[in-house]
Write a protein that binds this ligand. Structure first.
Ligand SMILES: [Zn+2]
Length: 493
């Protein structure tokens, strides 16, 4: 009798204590959860978007200053340096400084049109310094691919001329054939091919700031709005829409424009071939003696589009927003009384805008073995909208369930998800670099934008951010990552 009673008491105590500890665990989580505030995240975003960091162009001294600032925040919160005592993982990152907006002038006979910045043109991020004035040749995609029986230059002579170039490849379907076109999809290839054919300069028919190009000696170029190209075509008696249709049909509609049509480009730049940039790497060591050898990565790119003359491309949505969300989550995870059992590694990536340099460098030189890396979540442009979207969510569903639960229980946002799709073309995001390296990767985005998205334009400033979704993104990271970190039932790889 006595023994039974004692047993019951113990059973009762076990249940109750267990209940208490669970209850308090949840309370502790929520305490930290509610400490995440949009005000603070907006302070981070404003700091990173400030003129003093000059648009965080990877390789520039201002980028390195922004990296140092982020490291100082990690240090403040007790998030440790992750690279043998250093917060920085350096890699080579050539870049060009754009010292003035320069100018682009279009001549049609006696008519002279000065193009306006940023409505009509954006300076080339890697233009050579100098001037060029010449007649024009339209070269479509500017691709010479003998093995594909395709040559945009076959019927035209571009020697000493300014070419008009389109981005991308004529083949766009995401299947194995696209892989054959991939080498020709890179801006760098197109620039080199233009120079090889003797072109003196270029107007790129895609208007945006784009450091993902190459500085070639004497090759002056600028990005122009498609409406300018449309006008130039119309003056030549051509229908630009029809030309673009021909491009899609792989008809290589290249042609030399009438001699009275000319363009003048002036660019003022300085090239730094031997510069370096870095990833900022910081970590919270897991609290479990065994599970701490496994790691969860939270990352996003810190670099932006830089500065052109006096104009700072603040790169607020792309991607001061994602970095601010990550910093918010880092502070929360660092101060959380519920400790992550697995380790958490924060990587603020450099060189994304230059060609995914930082993510490629990390995946070649990982700080944790890839097989011990449970997952990576990448944030790019997470700060303008009312809902979330997670690429990879449908592929890595066991991991994703922790983020879904956080959202369902406490955040209540619409959250779409997709499966990882194999990309046969040029990799376009840091997330794809990690996924390709064999790490289960999520790409977190915001959707249903509240403000216009000024992609790679000077108007991408903090006034187009929605602080509430940033707060929720940091909260989603905090609860979701903590969920994964402490899930002892996670499948082995
Ligand atoms: Zn971005």
């Amino acid at each position: 009798m006595m023994r039974v009673t004692l047993f019951c008491v113990l059973l009762w105590a076990a249940f109750t204590l267990n209940g208490f500890s669970q209850q308090s665990d949840n309370d502790l989580r929520l305490k930290t959860f509610h400490s995440i505030s949009s005000n603070e995240l907006m302070e981070f975003a404003s700091e990173l978007s400030a003129d003093k960091y000059a648009g965080r162009l990877s390789g520039s001294p201002e980028y390195l200053e922004a990296a140092k600032w982020c490291a100082s925040k990690f240090e403040e919160w007790g998030v440790k340096p992750a690279n043998n005592g250093s917060y920085f993982q350096y890699f080579p990152n050539e870049y060009s400084e754009v010292n003035s907006l320069g100018s682009v002038v279009y001549f049609n006979g006696n008519e002279k049109t000065y193009l306006d910045f940023p409505e009509d043109f954006i300076p080339g991020s890697n233009s050579a310094s100098g001037t060029v004035q010449a007649e024009l040749v339209y070269v479509g995609h500017g691709i010479t691919a003998p093995e594909l029986g395709y040559d945009d230059y076959k019927n035209v002579d571009v020697k000493g001329k300014i070419i008009i170039l389109e981005s991308g490849t004529p083949y766009t379907k995401n299947d194995e054939t696209l892989g054959k076109w991939t080498p020709y999809a890179y801006h760098r290839y197109k620039f080199r091919n233009a120079v090889k054919h003797g072109a003196a300069g270029m107007i790129y028919a895609s208007k945006l700031a784009n450091p993902n190009t190459v500085n070639l000696e004497g090759f002056v170029y600028a990005h122009v709005d498609t409406k300018v190209v449309e006008q130039i075509m119309a003056d030549a008696g051509k229908d630009y829409r029809q030309i673009r249709e021909q491009l899609k049909n792989m008809e290589t509609p290249s042609f030399e424009l009438p001699a009275e049509q000319k363009v003048f480009i002036r660019a003022e730049t300085k090239y730094f071939p031997d510069a370096q940039a870095c990833n900022v790497v910081a970590m919270i060591e897991g609290s479990d003696p065994e599970l701490k050898d496994e790691v969860i990565i939270i990352g996003g790119h810190l670099d932006g589009q830089g500065q052109m003359g006096d104009v700072t491309f603040s790169s607020a949505l792309d991607n001061a927003s994602g970095i601010s969300d990550i910093l918010g989550a880092a502070k929360a995870l660092a101060t959380s009384e519920v400790k992550p059992k697995r380790s958490v590694l924060f990587i603020l990536l450099g060189g994304e805008e230059c060609g995914l340099y930082g993510s490629k460098y990390y995946c070649k030189n990982p700080l944790f073995p890839v097989e011990k890396t449970k997952m990576m979540i990448n944030l790019d442009m997470v700060g303008n909208g009312t809902s979330f979207y997670v690429s990879g969510g449908k592929t890595h569903s066991q991991l994703f369930s922790h983020f879904e639960k956080a959202n369902t229980d406490f955040i209540h946002r619409e959250m779409g998800a997709s499966a990882v799709t194999k990309n046969y073309g040029r990799p376009r995001s840091d997330a794809s670099v990690f996924e390709d390296a064999g790490i289960k990767t999520f790409g977190l985005w915001t959707r249903n934008s509240v403000y216009p998205v000024h992609y790679h334009m000077p108007a991408d400033k903090t006034n187009v951010l929605t602080p509430e979704i940033m707060e929720d993104a940091a909260k989603l990271l905090y609860l979701g990552v903590l969920g994964v970190a402490n899930d002892t039932k996670l499948l082995q790889r």
